[in-house]
Design a protein around this ligand. Structure first.
Ligand code: SAM
Length: 226
């Protein structure tokens, strides 16, 4: 594991242990994760989520879209307790789990919301309200950008966690970037020592306000990507 990430985890060991135990316990009743062995969760969920730590600005408000069991949002919140996070998922059972984790870990400044990104992005208190939006394993880059970019304030960022297929998705996302008024500013690639798979973090800058039309109604972005 990258040394700095290993340190972030060991500095917050008690919280990560508690989170791991809750994940495995709840997973017996609800489907939260296919990975349940300790090493797997610490590397493929916790360390992987923390790769995005370097993109979190100071005093930011951060949104995680399609957070599932809390990735990458909860590990980022654990290491940045002073930063406000909102986690969104369309499956209510997962949101209930996140609320329980919040209580158990004493995470102030964390809100878990149930809903689809396409609907929540029309809420005045959420639209263009975040300095940073993150998302992992939810949809292809064009679909995901339509979900995420409307939540970001102008000059803020959307960081998409991808595997190596991300490169292909980038080449298909140009129209989407133009329509949404944003641009791919940087693509960083990483490998974690314990898990050789290539990881790409795509940093997208929102350059101007999102046209009112977007996101289109729930279900349309995935059926008919920009
Ligand atoms: N981000 C987590 C991770 O990396 O482990 C979860 C990934 S899981 C494959 C995708 C999650 O996105 C699911 O929990 C699903 O309910 C949620 N999701 C899918 N479409 C969504 C939408 N339109 N709005 C909000 N959540 C959505």
């Amino acid at each position: 594991m990258e040394q700095s990430i290993e340190k972030l985890i060991s500095d917050n060991a008690e919280k990560f242990e508690k989170y791991y135990n809750m994940l495995v316990e709840w997973n017996q009743k609800f489907n939260l994760t296919a990975i349940t062995d300790r090493e797997g969760v610490f590397v493929k969920h916790f360390a992987d989520s923390l790769l995005g730590e370097r993109y979190v600005p100071q005093n930011a408000t951060v949104l995680d879209v399609g957070t599932g069991a809390g990735f990458p949002g909860i590990p980022l919140k654990i290491v940045y307790p002073e930063i406000d996070f909102v986690l969104v998922d369309s499956l209510n059972k997962r949101v209930k789990f996140l609320k329980d984790v919040k209580e158990a870990l004493g995470l102030e400044g964390l809100e878990a919301l149930h809903g689809r990104a396409e609907d929540l992005a029309r809420d005045k208190s959420l639209r263009a309200a975040f300095d940073l939006c993150v998302s992992r394993a939810v949809a292809n880059l064009s679909v995901l950008s339509e979900y995420c970019v409307p939540f970001v304030r102008t000059n803020g960022y959307f960081v998409s966690y991808k595997g190596k297929k991300g490169l292909e998705e980038i080449s298909n996302a140009q129209n989407c970037m133009n329509v949404l008024g944003c641009k791919i500013e940087k693509v960083d690639d990483f490998r974690l020592e314990e898990d050789e798979a290539e990881r790409l973090l795509i940093r997208i800058k929102k350059c101007k306000g999102t046209p009112k039309l977007y996101p289109r109604k729930a279900g349309t972005p995935s059926k008919n990507p920009l």
